[in-house]
Design a protein around this ligand. Structure first.
Ligand code: USQ
Length: 406
């Protein structure tokens, strides 16, 4: 297939481009390189030394003889460029990662909220709009998030996208219907993915677009089979307080002897998936396009759930690290249960990488190898969800934002 990978320079986009190229597909990356600009804005860099996208694709060609094409296009702002590119290339499938993906970054300031909403919603809408206008019947696979479901304290199992409900009619009868699972975002970033869901629902219904939405959990790990092939193909690894996700942060913190930064009681339960499984799931989803005219296909792209404090304790036990119990900069349930249905990918043959299988080698191979590149000052998560929380954190009497270390 000819596949366009929108956001193919990012943390999941790049290994996906390599994986699909390796599988024989004709890969075209469209990216505005915003993630690299945001590194510059924040004054941080990937833990792993990362080459330019042009250099990465040159190395891939030298290693494999296969070409990955790169196009500098901003989906949210360059509608005509996007439309012209789609008209010229008419891909068979499109994988859409081209959104600002960090919840703390989206909550940093009013400017960051605006940027995240404008960028994410416009990128998705421009794409859908162009597909209709060009009568392009490409299968669109979108990287959504488990965070659209929210983290209720009720603890009911989360279905794959749709919830069966009984609605009482005027005549007093109960009719059953399947509705999109009610959105319950926990950040501006997560909210944009909820808005995406509505855009997809409308365009699938109105124009018959074929859309798959992957509700992905927190990705951990760095390497995939293809990124290991050459040092310059290495994936990015974020450890800072805005873009680093919890498990990868704990791994690098353990490697540099920094107390593991648990927010609140660490009772937050979240869904996880290894980067290798993430790229496999995308390939599986591409092989299962929904029929034209059918509703949006939704998969829960996660393989296991963990409580934050259990992860911290597991890594502390392996590495001897201390745990720092910090006031939570986010507004989120202090404790939640999470049971998630993910049978669709398992039935398509996904054989999950379990946390325990991959954890130690991740610490040794990546975190320790590149620990010298860490700026410890960029480890704390400083983005507060509300003004009240910001005030509370900034007026921490100990001046260290630390509740206790154990
Ligand atoms: O040092 C830290 C960092 C995070 N947390 C806690 O860990 C949980 C997860 O935080 P995260 O930063 O790992 O994940 P999140 O903000 O939810 O976002 C990440 O995971 C999402 C999947 S999910 O969480 O919605 O399933 C993706 O959509 C996003 O792109 C990705 O950045 C939160 O309760 C947070 O308070 C800590 O305790 N300590």
């Amino acid at each position: 297939m000819k596949i366009a990978i929108l956001g193919g320079d990012g943390f999941v986009g790049w290994p996906t481009a390599l994986h699909l190229s390796d599988a024989g597909h004709d890969i075209h990356i469209l990216d505005n390189l915003s993630r690299r600009w945001i590194d510059t804005e924040l004054g941080v860099q990937s833990l792993t030394p990362m080459d330019s996208i042009q250099e990465r694709t040159r190395i891939w060609h030298a290693e494999t003889g296969r070409r990955i094409h790169f196009n500098l296009i901003d989906l949210a702002r360059d509608y005509d460029l996007l439309k012209n590119w789609l008209a010229d290339h008419r891909p068979d499938a499109i994988v859409h990662f081209a959104e600002q993906r960090a919840a703390p970054y989206s909550m940093k300031s009013d400017r960051h909220k605006n940027y995240t909403v404008n960028n994410n919603v416009n990128a998705t809408h421009n794409l859908l709009n162009a597909l209709v206008e060009l009568e392009l019947d490409a299968h669109l696979v979108h990287l959504g998030t488990m965070g659209v479901y929210g983290y209720s304290t009720v603890g009911a199992a989360i279905p794959e996208g749709y919830l069966p409900v009984g609605i009482e009619t005027m005549a007093g009868q109960t009719v059953s219907q399947e509705i999109l699972y009610p959105s319950n975002p926990g950040s501006i970033y997560h909210m944009t993915k909820c808005l995406d869901q509505l855009l997809f629902q409308f365009y699938a219904k109105n124009d018959g677009l074929r859309i798959t939405d992957l509700h992905q959990g927190i990705v951990w790990g760095t390497h995939t089979e293809q990124t290991r092939r050459h040092p310059q193909l290495i994936n990015r690894f974020d450890y800072d307080g805005d873009y680093g996700t919890v498990l990868n942060r704990f791994l690098i913190q353990a490697a540099i002897g920094y107390p593991l930064t648990v927010h609140g009681s660490g009772g937050q339960t979240r869904a996880f998936i290894h980067i290798q499984d993430s790229v496999r799931c995308i390939e599986l989803a591409l092989k299962q396009p929904p029929a034209r005219g059918s509703r949006v296909e939704i998969f829960n792209q996660m393989t296991e759930t963990h409580r934050v404090r259990d992860l911290a304790e597991m890594i502390a036990a392996i590495s001897g690290s201390q745990i720092a119990w910090l006031p939570n900069p986010r507004k989120e349930a202090a404790e939640n249960e999470l049971v998630v249905h993910n049978e669709k990918f398992l039935s398509l043959g996904l054989d999950p990488t379990r946390l325990r299988d991959g954890l130690l080698s991740e610490i040794v191979d990546v975190a320790k190898k590149f620990a010298y590149r860490v700026d410890r000052a960029r480890v704390p998560a400083m983005s507060a969800w509300t003004r009240d929380i910001a005030t509370r954190i900034n007026h921490d009497p100990e001046g260290k934002r630390l509740k206790s270390v154990s």
